[in-house]
Design a protein around this ligand. Structure first.
Ligand SMILES: C[S@@+](CC[C@H](N)C(=O)[O-])C[C@H]1O[C@@H](n2cnc3c(N)ncnc32)[C@H](O)[C@@H]1O
Length: 312
């Protein structure tokens, strides 16, 4: 597979398409007028696509709030986040190498613990992890209580980086749990560039059905990356009704002569999506090399076939 030189969203969003970008962008039309990213998540696609105008939409209000805050942030977010990390999590930096060596999700802590051969190392790791957890939950409380927008932005980025992978904020209330990750220099660099990239993007907070009612122009292109039915749920739940409505929507776009691309996957070991099979047969189905492993229940060894459905 081609090497990926694209910009990575610092949100590390669940279900992001960063790794699939080289294959997907190759299949996108040339000369896009307005690019509509209807399920934009952490913006991995929107920040890397070339188009005259880019509209990124997601129904998750708090996510769009954060993206807008980042967009308007004055200052070097990456530098500030790294500084904050060093101040509040000294255990990350001071002999704490074990903390980020193991799996990010705290529910896998057992596995991390078992992997230490030396009991002293295990003890140190446990002690540092406990200290880290204590700080983490204090920060979470601060986020939930603070009114200072800039401070909240930094805190949320911190909780998102260190915490569980899913974006866990609803109506301004954050429920991340502590994980093993940390702010590192690579993330810092991404975060310094990211606000500049978002400035070029128009952010919108709507259900995808809103995009029935807009006026499309020649060479507009709609990218659709919905939650995959039957896999990990986002905070914004996705059900059978949404799935079926989405197939009506792509048929509508097609009838209006608007080009679209829809991400999804063909049946995997643990999942099946009968609706997809019934509804996309008339379009082109491109099989992508599957290297996407951060969704629960899906094998790391590519046992699921990631696809891109297009009407062109
Ligand atoms: C697979 S993720 C998108 C990932 C994104 N393409 C990326 O690269 O980060 C699906 C997104 O759909 C959003 N979503 C769920 N239901 C929606 C709806 N009815 N309308 C618009 N967005 C929705 C979720 O909040 C989630 O961010």
């Amino acid at each position: 597979m081609a090497k990926n030189n694209y910009i990575k969203s610092p949100l590390n969003y669940l279900g992001n398409k960063y790794k699939l970008l080289p294959q997907m962008l190759e299949l996108y039309p040339n000369n896009i007028n307005t690019f509509y990213d209807l399920f934009c998540g952490g913006l991995d696609v929107s920040i890397n696509v070339k188009a005259n105008t880019i509209v990124a939409n997601d129904k998750h209000k708090d996510l769009i709030w954060l993206l807008n805050e980042i967009k308007n942030y004055k200052g070097m977010l990456g530098d500030e986040l790294l500084r904050l990390d060093k101040t509040v999590f000294p255990m990350n930096w001071n002999g704490g190498k074990a903390l980020n060596t193991y799996i990010r999700n705290s529910y896998k802590e057992d596995k991390a613990l078992r992997s230490f051969n030396n009991p002293n190392e295990r003890e140190i790791w446990q002690k540092l992890m406990n200290e880290k957890r204590e700080v983490f939950y204090k920060l979470r409380t601060k986020f939930n209580e603070s009114q200072d927008k800039d401070f909240k932005t930094l805190l949320l980025l911190m909780l998102n980086t260190v915490g569980t992978i899913e974006f866990r904020v609803v109506d301004g209330y954050c429920t991340y749990t502590c994980g093993n990750n940390r702010v590192n220099p690579k993330l810092k660099n991404n975060l310094n560039i990211f606000p500049q990239k978002i400035k070029e993007i128009e952010l919108s907070n709507n259900d995808f059905r809103y995009y029935y009612d807009i006026k499309y122009h020649e060479n507009d292109f709609v990218y659709i990356d919905p939650p995959y039915l039957g896999t990990t749920q986002y905070k914004i739940k996705w059900n059978n009704e949404d799935e079926l409505e989405l197939y009506k929507f792509i048929d509508y776009l097609d009838s209006m002569g608007v080009k679209f691309a829809l991400s999804n996957f063909e049946d995997g070991v643990n999942h099946t999506n009968a609706y997809l099979k019934e509804n996309v047969g008339k379009y082109n189905i491109h099989k992508l090399t599957d290297n996407h492993s951060n969704l629960t229940g899906i094998s790391k060894k590519g046992k699921r076939q990631e696809i891109l459905v297009t009407n062109y």
